[in-house]
Design a protein. Sequence first.
Length: 139
Amino acid sequence: MSDALTPDDRLEIRELFARWSRAEDTGASEDWAALFTEDGRCSNGRGETMRGHAELLRNSQERWRKATARRSVHWMGEAVIDPAEDGARARHTSMLIETVDGGGYRIRSLSERTYDVCRPADAWLIRSREFRRLPASED
């Protein structure tokens, strides 16, 4: 890969993140796991790291069985995407928003995510995702 990303590359990488949120928020575990390379890895908010397709798939399926997952959605801020030696690195802020009893919503958590993505064939895939929970304000 060259040091430059084309406008199409950037658009496709943003689409990859949109598919991530949609799959995770609808319980489409197969679709979610397919967004990773075969040896991809993903850290989560509990400090765990999943590695490889089977573990990613299993974790997504287990997550969706929890009521909290089914009443939550992810909002992802715009990604800053930079070329990397063998693909791209993207960073963005994300909110986990959940419905509350009686109606309405609340922000459950705020995090910073860093993705290493590559294009081994005809589509961009996630090689790794790092997760860092942002602290709540003490004001």
